[in-house]
Unconditional design. Structure first.
Length: 276
């Protein structure tokens, strides 16, 4: 692996054992430096806002403030688990003062950000909340969103739609995870019209086959917005690679993206990378 520094982000008082376990197993493949970032719940709620479509009013959700003692306990658990697992770690002294700009700066100097708290989804029937959407769009390194219960990936699904963002994500995953790139890999293009050809099929196969040793190309004749998430969630022991969160406006990206529903189902790890 060429990945060396990982940010591990926790929100509020919730210590994500799933996210930590994912990082622990990455460290088993090759040692990495893990930096813990702990967001008090009151700060996490202020990192994102949205505009009411009817009134134009900017709404910022209000969440109860997290007890500093609880945050300290969360930090202590992180440090203890790192020590027991032989993981080199850091906790920056200003961790309790984090806001989105600081998180973006931190991500600029990291290879990967891992987010695992399912409290990001709580109370949101449509899946992920606006804060996580904002993080996915603005951070400057690839992100892995990890459910609390998961099987460490033994297969990889590369989501491909012919776009530059999907190819970029595939390359970033290969560069960061050469060990995982040796496992069975499925490169999937989904389109409900069987007359639509696999876009740039020869080009993407030439590229992907150089990085993924056990590669299978597949075209799914389904509507990806409606059915891809259900298809993907049946893939046990998989990780999904996607580049859906680009730099276009957040509403355009999320309305068209089937990745949102997959993350909202939070059954498998999802790797997301986009150009800065």
């Amino acid at each position: 692996m060429v990945m060396k520094k990982v940010l591990l982000m926790f929100d509020g008082a919730h210590f994500s054992k799933g996210a930590f376990d994912f990082v622990r197993q990455l460290n088993n493949l090759e040692h990495v430096l893990v930096t813990g970032v702990f967001l008090p719940q009151s700060i996490a709620s202020s990192l994102w806002s949205y505009t009411d479509a009817m009134t134009g009013t900017v709404l910022v959700p209000v969440l109860p403030e997290t007890d500093p003692a609880v945050l300290t306990a969360c930090k202590t658990e992180f440090e203890t688990r790192c020590q027991k697992s032989g993981i080199e770690y850091r906790v920056h002294e200003d961790a309790y003062d984090f806001a989105l700009p600081e998180l973006i700066t931190e991500s600029r100097f990291a290879d990967l950000l891992v987010i695992g708290s399912e409290s990001f989804y709580e109370g949101h029937e449509e899946g992920i909340n606006e804060y996580l959407q904002e993080v996915l769009q603005k951070v400057e390194c690839p992100v892995i969103v990890v459910p609390e219960t998961f099987e460490f990936p033994n297969t990889t699904v590369l989501s491909y739609d012919g776009s530059a963002s999907s190819v970029y994500a595939i390359k970033q995953f290969a560069y960061l995870f050469p060990e995982l790139s040796r496992q069975p890999t499925l490169l999937v293009y989904a389109h409900e019209d069987d007359k639509i050809e696999f876009p740039h099929e020869n080009n993407i196969e030439e590229l992907a086959a150089r990085h993924f040793q056990d590669l299978t190309m597949m075209k799914l004749e389904i509507n990806p917005t409606k059915y891809f998430a259900a298809w993907m969630n049946n893939k046990e022991g998989a990780i999904l690679v996607a580049g859906a969160y680009g730099r276009s406006t957040i509403s355009q990206v999320l309305r068209k993206s089937f990745i949102k529903s997959i993350i909202g189902a939070h059954k498998i790890p999802v790797f997301i990378a986009h150009r800065s």
